[in-house]
Design a protein around this ligand. Sequence first.
Ligand code: ADP
Ligand code: ADP
Length: 227
Amino acid sequence: MIEFRQVTKRYGSDHTALRQVNFGLERGELVFLTGHSGAGKSTLLKLIMVMERPSAGEVIVGGQVLNTLPRRQVPYIRRHIGVVFQNHQLLFDRTVFDNVAMPLEVMGTPARDIGRRVRAALDKVGLLSKEKMNPLQLSGGEQQRVGIARAVVNKPPVLLADEPTGNLDPDLSADIMRLFAEFSQVGVTVLIASHDIALINDLGRRTLTLDHGRLTAGVGAAGSWHG
Ligand code: ADP
Ligand code: ADP
């Protein structure tokens, strides 16, 4: 579903954020991405979202080589990628329902489908009863789950998360991880950038480790890395 072939990313002429990175993620895999601050984690996610382009090598998502993708096609690729942020980026001037509906509205989904899709997404994260509330009325863990509902509302085959549990205590973090695991079980490819070594070790999943832009490890407990 996601493949990096010898991917190098330079910013300007003298800064190399990723060096000859190779890996592949299968459909339905849940994989962590870790490494020190500045190791290149956000850069790797941005390449998948086509917010940046590689300086060398190939980034392939869903069989599409993204390197040469015309700019006008970028929004279509992004529809297939759900993104969850640490600070969830919810809008506090509208309801939970309207926050989750936003990606569908941007895509021009017919109104009759929006209600059904939004409620299906809220149901998956256990927040169906809170659709009319303002996100400000929710706890931090609930707000993060609204962010996840919004990321999956159009059923993307790929879900990326950048430090999704950064502001949460261990119990809530475990809940969020359980949700991600459920999505991977229905075939969604999930890639989670995280510093939370304790949580990562607990879950015993395959983990890609970046060190100064190089991938130094990718063998999780499952030993499923072939890169
Ligand atoms: P991480 O997410 O692991 O902290 P990043 O991918 O954000 O790492 O950054 C990797 C390296 O690339 C860092 O040294 C960072 O300073 C640099 N970098 C990231 N974005 C840019 C940019 N837009 N311009 C120049 N350098 C950047
Ligand atoms: P539909 O919109 O087809 O009526 P639902 O929204 O209820 O159906 O979802 C149908 C099934 O698809 C659910 O079991 C759901 O978990 C699963 N599914 C498949 N891909 C995804 C995805 N990317 N995100 C969330 N759920 C997904």
